[in-house]
Write a protein that binds this ligand. Sequence first.
Ligand SMILES: Nc1ncnc2c1ncn2[C@@H]1O[C@H](COP(=O)(O)OP(=O)(O)OP(=O)(O)O)[C@@H](O)[C@H]1O
Ligand SMILES: [Mg+2]
Length: 239
Amino acid sequence: MSYSSNDQQTRILYANELGKRVTSGERELVILESLALDVDRGESVAIVGSSGAGKSTLLGLLAGLDAPSSGELEMFGQSLSTLDEDGRAALRAGRVGFVFQNFQLLPTLTAIENVMLPLELSPRQDVAGKSRQCLERVGLGARLDHLPKQLSGGEQQRVAVARAFVTEPDLVFADEPTGNLDEATGKRIIDLLFDLNRESGTTLILVTHDMSLARRCDRCLKLEGGALHEVVQRQGVEA
Ligand SMILES: Nc1ncnc2c1ncn2[C@@H]1O[C@H](COP(=O)(O)OP(=O)(O)OP(=O)(O)O)[C@@H](O)[C@H]1O
Ligand SMILES: [Mg+2]
């Protein structure tokens, strides 16, 4: 990977003039418009905003899972528009973890097999042992061999979180990672994400409706009108 400046060595994500439009029936829907974002290595960033504001759409674009309609987008100093789907997947492999809002676990694989999947793309260690350890960290040591349909919503969410950090990625995207969890379990998952951030310098991009989670992040950005706005976080003031 070639970096052209010091700036880009600390910069992990960059978006400029980013737009996403979709056609729905006869109409064109503008979801994101002229959006800008700059995230440095090791930062934790919360993205908040009302339902339908485009948060999940944005996360999919930033992770290179979906292509923008316009604008520039870079991850790890590499322009995503120059890469096809396979190229974007290769750039992400082992370095990016993603927790989807609807989890997207593979239904025919058990909990531990779902977590093993990203490691098997680059087998280099005790895949099963490492995956078991991650499931234990999210409190699912006793659910290794359950299929997703045999798990509660919150348990599926925790498998998705374990799958996202099993490769010890540089960058984790999580779409409402505590949306299905009770307060105590949610806190455990949040603590885990911030432990990764502190111990391994993992950059966190978290979509959340939970202001206590947003407040723990270095920055809080609100998605509104298709663009991101910095939220000044003060005690007792909500976005
Ligand atoms: N492929 C698509 N075709 C048409 N409309 C779409 C498409 N994808 C998303 N949308 C619309 O774009 C808007 C943003 O969707 P998105 O899922 O990004 O919102 P969100 O901010 O994540 O909402 P929530 O908080 O409810 O998860 C919604 O109004 C949705 O209906
Ligand atoms: Mg969403």
